[in-house]
Ligand binder design. Sequence first.
Ligand SMILES: NC(=O)C1=CN([C@@H]2O[C@H](COP(=O)(O)OP(=O)(O)OC[C@H]3O[C@@H](n4cnc5c(N)ncnc54)[C@H](OP(=O)(O)O)[C@@H]3O)[C@@H](O)[C@H]2O)C=CC1
Ligand SMILES: O=C(O)[C@H](O)COP(=O)(O)O
Length: 503
Amino acid sequence: MTTSSSSDGFYAELTNAEGGALRYAVNGAWRASSSDATVESVNPSRANARANAFQACTRAEVDEAFAGARAAQGPWARTPLHERASLLHRAATLMRENAGGMVSALMIEVAKGAKESATEVERSADLIDYTAEEGVRILGRGDLLMSDSFPGNDRNKICMASNVPVGVVLCIPPFNYPVNLCVSKVAPALIAGNAVVVKPPTQGCTATLHMIHCFIKAGFPPGLIQAVTGRGGEIGDYLTTHPLVNAISFTGGETGIRVAQKAGMVALQTELGGKDACIVLPDADLELAAKSIVKGGFSYSGQRCTAVKIVAVFEEVADELIGKVNERIAKLSVGLPEDDATITAVVSKSSADFIQSLVVDAESKGATLCQEWKREDNLIWPLLIDNVTHDMKICWEEPFGPVLPVVRVKNENEALELVNKSRFGLQGCVFTRDIDRAIRLSDAMQTGTVQINGPPARGPDHFPFQGVKDSGIGSQGITNSIKVMTKVKSTVINLAKPSYTIA
Ligand SMILES: NC(=O)C1=CN([C@@H]2O[C@H](COP(=O)(O)OP(=O)(O)OC[C@H]3O[C@@H](n4cnc5c(N)ncnc54)[C@H](OP(=O)(O)O)[C@@H]3O)[C@@H](O)[C@H]2O)C=CC1
Ligand SMILES: O=C(O)[C@H](O)COP(=O)(O)O
């Protein structure tokens, strides 16, 4: 893996001559905004000191980006599928060759540990390769239907249905996977013959722009991949309600609900928050459950939509399970991303303040803190909170941090109540050796996915991934994303006379 930053070699075009704010991408070039204004990212591990700056794009620049994308999309849709796939493979190669800039940007801007940052980039390159291959497989074929299978019809109509691009896809990823959750939108859109306009998250923007640069350098036509920067709160509504948008793929928090409410007649894919529950039954392998709870609850400091966000353990095994979880928590490394700590600073001061408020509320209502509460700036030490009850905010809110509530339950109904009363429904997991019981519980859980004897996870990236209720609309995963970014086109041949094959 090579190391590089925005100002040297491969990524030099992103930076102004003076080494100022990173540029935004329009029509194949990196440009400074006419606004003369910038937005800044911070370094969560260094008391939120300035990390980098980006162009605050104007509305006219957003218009230009959409117009350029629209102009580029038609010729791209007419580019042979195998050529589209080749360019995606080239982008994946460039990402692997120039991973260093993205990895260090992830550590600085979103405080992701060194190994996980490297994994995010590698996983993203793999995702692009798989998308290219899957696109070739599924977009190269369609359906052929004969009219005589429906009552009242003879065989005189033949319907050919294929998947065609939607047009321009607006891609808005969140801070916690600014590379992976961006390629998971961009790559399916491109293979399907669409153009994309990307709005990177402000925290994580550097890594997203580096990733976009790999696509541009791979030789995609100018305009096909645009990246407009600026605070979501300022340009977000203008982007999501833009008349040239045909589909929106959004991952993030509450904002996504507002995006969905405002979006017009466009295809929508939203992946939002989660309150993933881990149900531990009395017959479970408690060692496995404890390991999965700690991995699921605390990796990347709990800042994953699929983090375990609440444990529902049967009373008879609660003490033993909690003992095992606490032993493992004691071994978690806390510190800097560069040192590859598991627990690193959470993304912002406001996030740390919110997490603290949930802990204070729970403690004031009688919950038991299994570790000492400890915080320095954005860095919060891992904390398990036992004896949580339904009146505590942490029972229902998503902390997005390294604190994990435990509710002791008497039976399956109490466990299911916790899962199904939540306004979220992303994933959940069940630990038991009884597969019949696991399946029964899985069927009763109102979530997009249930993991049996393993922690919640989005990956592998070709698995279907979806939320219900406030956790989102539509399904992700490579195959499903390609489908969301296409629409079905039917061509019907009307024969003058019915025709049947004769054996
Ligand atoms: N289900 C899932 O797959 C995932 C869910 N999440 C959820 O996301 C949350 C944390 O991520 P976070 O990045 O803070 O989420 P946000 O919803 O705050 O931001 C997500 C993205 O939306 C942008 N944005 C902000 N305002 C608007 C707007 N009005 N219109 C359009 N876009 C806008 C942000 O830009 P800017 O940064 O400039 O504000 C960012 O790029 C958690 O709740 C978590 O559960 C996170 C990852 C995955
Ligand atoms: O956005 C998230 O947090 C992810 O979708 C979680 O992905 P993971 O389960 O692969 O960490």
